[in-house]
Write a protein that binds this ligand. Sequence first.
Ligand code: BES
Ligand code: MN
Ligand code: MN
Length: 455
Amino acid sequence: MEKVLEYIINNQKRHLEELYDFLRIPSVSSEEQHKQDVLRAAQWLVDDFKRIGIDNVRIIETAGHPLVYAEWNGAGNDAKTILYYGHYDVQPVDPIELWETTPFEPFEKNGKVVARGSADDKGQLFVHLKAVEAYLKTQGGLPVNIKFIIEGEEEAAESHIDEFIEHNPELLKCDSVVVSDTEWFYYGMPSICYGLRGIAYFEMEVIGPNRDLHSGTFGGAVDNPINVLAWMITQIKDRYGRITIPGFYDDVLELTQEERNNFLKLPFNNDEYKKDLDLGELNGEMGYTTLERTWARPTFDLNGIKGGYIGDGQKTVLPSKASAKFSFRLVPNQKATDISKKVVDYITKLAPPTVKVKITPMGIANPVLVDPHSTAVESAIKALNQAFGKDVVFMREGGSIPVVETFTNVLKAPVVLMGLGLPDDNIHSPNESFSIDNFYGGIKASAIFINEFAK
Ligand code: BES
Ligand code: MN
Ligand code: MN
C-alpha cells in the first residue's frame, strides 16, 4: 500500500496533465456536431486503459454514443470485484460568453482546473483509472478484480446503458459499484451521498392560429398560445409550492425524524446561501428546510420557454405557437413512468379547446436511496477519511444519475456514491471547475478503497 501511495504522490503532475488532455476533447453528447468528439473521448479512454496496463478494453457500440468497457481479472475467482461507473460525455458550453476562459482549454485558477467536464464527470472518473494504474505499475496487480463501464450519454436525452446492463448482468457481475459523480457538502468535508432524486422531463407545444397574426386585428378574439402556455404552467404548482397534479404525491416517502435531524447537523446557512446567489428571499414548499426541499422533496421547474417576438423594439404580434421544456425532480418512492402518465393526463385535460397542445415525454430517471451501511460504504468512509484526514459526512443530492437505479435492480450489488465534486464547481454552468486537491486526494482515496474493500 505504501508503494502505491508513494507512486500516486510522485506522479501527480503527470496525472493532472493527462486529465487536461482528456478535457481538451469537446465530448458534448447532446450536440450532433460533436458526435466525432464524443467518439474520440471514448477512444482516448481506451488508449489510457492500455497505457495503465489493462488490455482487456473495448468500445461497445450502442444505438447512440458508445460505452467503454474494461476489466482486469488477475485477482482470481475468490477475490471480490469492483465495478466503476462514470460518464465521459459533458454538457454543452452555452452560454459561451460567460466563460472566463475557453471551455475546452483547461486552465488552473485558485487550486481548481477550469474546463467543461472537469468535475462532471471526467475528473471524477479519471481518479479511478489513476488509482488502478498505481497498483498495476507498483505491484503488477490489484487485490480485487475490477471492471469499468463508462458511458457517453449521461447528459443526453436518450441513454442506452440501462438496456446494456439489463442484457449483460453476467459480464457486469460485481460485489460493489463505485460511482464518483456527486458532490461534497463543502470544501474539506468528504461526503458520501446516499440519495439521488429522479427526473421526468417534458416538452410542450401550444399551437394556435395557422399563422402569426396582427395582435390589434385579431387580439381579443383569438386565443394567444403564449398566454395559454403561461396559464397552463401556473396550474402545475400552487402558491405553497405544492404540485397540483392529481396523485403526484401518492408514493412520496416522507423523511424520518432521524434524517431531518441529521440534515440539521450539517453546516448549512440560509443567509449565506441567499447571499451567494444574490437573492433576497428563497421560495419552496412550505414546511421544509432548504436541504429537505432540494434533496428529498419533488419539484417542478421550467427549463426553457419559446415564443413570439423578442427582437429589438416592439412588434405587435399574436404568435401562432409557443413551447416550453420543463421537468419534475422525483423522490423515493415515486416512479418516473407513473408520474409521466399523470403529467400527460393532467396537461391533456387542462388544454383549452382554443389551441392544440402537444406534450412529449423526454428523459426519465427513477430516484434512488443506496444502503448507507454496506461494507462498500464502510470501506469508502475509511478511504476518504484516510486520504483527506477529515471526518466523512452523509448527504443526499438533488441531482439525478439515471443508471444508479439500474445497477441496484439488475446487479443487486451495493452502490457507493463516492463523489469528489464541490458545491462551487459550476457543473452544467459556465466556468465549470474541479478541485485539484480533490483530484489528487481522490486518487489516494480510490487506492485505499481498493485495499479496504479487498479485506
Ligand atoms: N453528475 C450529475 C448529477 C449530479 C448533479 C450529482 C448535482 C450531484 C449534484 C449528472 O451528470 C447530471 O447532470 N444528471 C442529470 C440527469 C438528467 C440529464 C437525466 C441531472 O441531474 O440533471
Ligand atoms: Mn455527472
Ligand atoms: Mn451532469
